[in-house]
Design a protein around this ligand. Structure first.
Ligand SMILES: C[S@@+](CC[C@H](N)C(=O)[O-])C[C@H]1O[C@@H](n2cnc3c(N)ncnc32)[C@H](O)[C@@H]1O
Length: 290
């Protein structure tokens, strides 16, 4: 039988091991299944969606035979969409960055003074608009920029180079399943990213995991408007369009509630509106400590 249905057999074994152990967030069943290199992944079960209970043996067998895994981490990306989005995004944010500069300067003040060798992770680094806040004349942090859009890589690297941030690394990967050891970073940063990840709870759990004890997560995000407001209603109506046009960006995320629920020891945050941004106006910024 193993020869006839190799995928089904591997998937069943994976289901057995799943029911035997509760997987830690960030553990991928897909990689546990160990599909041989070069073969199409044929496993729909996936722990990237941590909200799902472990599937039954029968479901596992059927899914393994019938369908590939479709979670955000396993789904193939469109190279042309990524490249176009990266190019448009990196050329369209100047006025937003200018408006937010005083606030970012204040928020990232501690990072600018980061000791040489301090490790900073930026989740969803994009073209690197925040990198300038980590480099100073005297100190250069060791910065890792994580992003699943490889098209952002050249822009982020060019930004780092222009700032003299020689210890910058662009890593292709997802916030929901970071390819880093527990406690690997002194600080983490995320701006305009929790609107775009598929699973904010998993992403925030990963942020906590990769920060050392006492490490800090610096965030700035656009969020859903106040309950009952016309703005919020408009956000719900137009969020699907925004997701299609802006690489999965949701207008309706209550990211501050998600951060508060993520198990950080302390969350210090404020809400503010960015004038002229209409449905994207409501923002939050702050620091969460592990
Ligand atoms: C709106 S851009 C923000 C870029 C940058 N942080 C900024 O403030 O301009 C969102 C970024 O998050 C990245 N992203 C989307 N889904 C992600 C995920 N699951 N994990 C990590 N990054 C993600 C996108 O590729 C994109 O670069």
């Amino acid at each position: 039988m193993a020869g006839l249905f190799p995928d089904a057999m591997t998937t069943m074994r994976a289901a057995d091991s799943l029911s035997a152990t509760r997987l830690r967030p960030g553990t991928s069943l897909c990689s546990r299944v160990g599909t041989p290199k070069g073969r199409r992944q044929r496993v729909i079960l996936c722990c990237h969606n941590h909200a799902n209970p472990p599937p039954s043996r029968r479901d596992t067998l059927l899914a393994g035979v019938l369908a590939p895994c479709s979670c955000a981490v396993c789904r193939p990306r469109s190279r042309w969409y990524d490249d176009i989005f990266a190019s448009l995004y990196s050329h369209s944010m100047d006025s937003y960055e200018e408006t937010l500069a005083p606030r970012k300067q204040k928020l990232f003040a501690n990072l600018q003074g980061a000791k040489d060798g301090a490790t900073v992770l930026e989740v969803g680094v994009g073209p690197g608009p925040n990198l300038k806040y980590y480099s100073s004349k005297d100190h250069k942090a060791k910065v890792t920029g994580l992003d699943p859009n490889n098209g952002m890589g050249p822009y982020a690297r060019a930004t780092a180079e222009s700032l003299g941030l020689s210890d910058f690394q662009f890593v292709d990967g997802y916030a929901e399943e970071m390819p880093f050891e527990d406690g690997a970073f002194d600080a983490a940063v995320g701006t305009l990213v929790m609107c775009s990840v598929e699973d904010p709870e998993a992403a925030l759990s990963e942020v906590r995991r990769v920060l050392r004890p006492g490490g800090r997560y610096y965030f700035l995000e656009h969020v859903v408007g106040p309950p009952g407001s016309l703005l919020r209603a408009g956000q719900y109506v137009l969020s699907p369009l925004q997701q299609a046009l802006a690489d999965g960006c949701h207008l309706t995320r209550d990211t501050l509630a998600s951060i508060r629920a993520a198990g950080f020891k302390d969350v210090d945050a404020e809400r503010f509106d960015v004038e002229g941004l209409s449905l994207l106006a409501p923002h939050i910024a702050g620091v969460a400590t592990v």
